[in-house]
Design a protein around this ligand. Structure first.
Ligand SMILES: Nc1ncnc2c1ncn2[C@@H]1O[C@H](COP(=O)(O)OP(=O)(O)OP(=O)(O)O)[C@@H](O)[C@H]1O
Length: 262
């Protein structure tokens, strides 16, 4: 049976879309067929992050112009598909997110994938939460600042009111700093379990610039291991962290300083 996961955040810029992409790539490495849907109808970014620039048909065209959803399912890599949202405000004016039948849309694309990752818009003002299908589970992404946790709490409260099941929260861009909220503090504020801590890591940005996921570029880094651990948890799979190739580094170093033959 297909799984539907909405990835939401109270505040923008906490790394929600990046996480959606990295989880999608991670899930494909576990052999799943993944579809990522950009549900941010106003400030879409999934197209940019997945390298899908200027797609011919977008979700806007489906919602406002009666184009078929099949026309905007783009396979970016084996086992990874993306449904992008448009950037034209004129089309957007004809769409009321509250009245979108996501059930119908998801039914039409169900055969394309096992897992549907829905990149939600930041905040609670879009009305899009009201239209989500009943079987959607939600992940809340936050950083450890007071304001992003406060806004994450608003998402948690709204989700409870709408009976949306929450899997837990992901603490993204984490770094050790005595002034930021701790995991325990965030857990007690949000009252949902922590399911992943992704460190603040410049490699995330660098991999994006290279058009790849960090789990492909640097699979043994703490960030990639944390992402794959989270992916495995969501899929109910086992994941053994990849150790950095210390021996390889050591022998390369020895060769460099002339202790070993080439
Ligand atoms: N763990 C991380 N470490 C370092 N940088 C990160 C991490 N996660 C995301 N970023 C960077 O943070 C920036 C914002 O990420 P992203 O666009 O995914 O956020 P968002 O929450 O989806 O934002 P918006 O709500 O505005 O769409 C990007 O430049 C991304 O590369």
């Amino acid at each position: 049976m297909s799984k539907f996961i909405a990835i939401a955040s109270g505040k923008g810029g906490v790394g929600r879309t990046t996480l959606t992409y990295n989880l999608g790539v991670g899930m494909s490495l576990f052999g799943r067929n993944v579809i990522m849907l950009d549900l941010d109808l106003v400030m879409a970014n999934l197209d940019v992050i997945t390298g899908l620039l200027n797609p011919d048909v977008t979700l806007h065209d489906v919602l406002a112009k009666n184009r078929s959803i099949d026309e905007c399912v783009y396979e970016i890599e084996q086992g990874i598909r993306v449904i992008p949202t448009g950037i034209h405000f004129e089309t957007l004016r004809h769409i009321n997110p509250k009245y979108i039948s996501w059930n119908k849309i998801l039914e039409e694309i169900a055969d394309y994938g096992d897992i549907f990752l829905m990149d939600m818009p930041a905040g609670i003002n879009s009305n899009i939460f009201e239209g989500l299908p009943e079987n959607v589970e939600m992940i809340i992404v936050t950083n450890s600042t007071m304001t992003s946790v406060a806004d994450a709490l608003k998402i948690r409260i709204l989700s409870n009111e709408l009976n949306i099941q929450i899997i837990g929260f992901v603490l993204n861009m984490w770094y050790d700093d005595g002034f930021l909220l701790s995991v325990n503090e965030i857990e007690s504020i949000l009252e949902v379990p922590m399911i992943g801590i992704i460190p603040y890591d410049r490699e995330v940005e660098r991999s994006m610039a290279l058009g790849k996921s960090v789990v492909e570029i640097n699979p043994s880094s703490p960030t990639s291991n944390a992402l794959m651990q989270l992916t495995a948890h969501l899929l109910g799979e086992e994941y053994k962290p990849i150790e950095p190739d210390k021996e390889g580094i050591l022998s390369r170093l020895k060769k460099f300083i002339g202790m070993l033959p080439d």
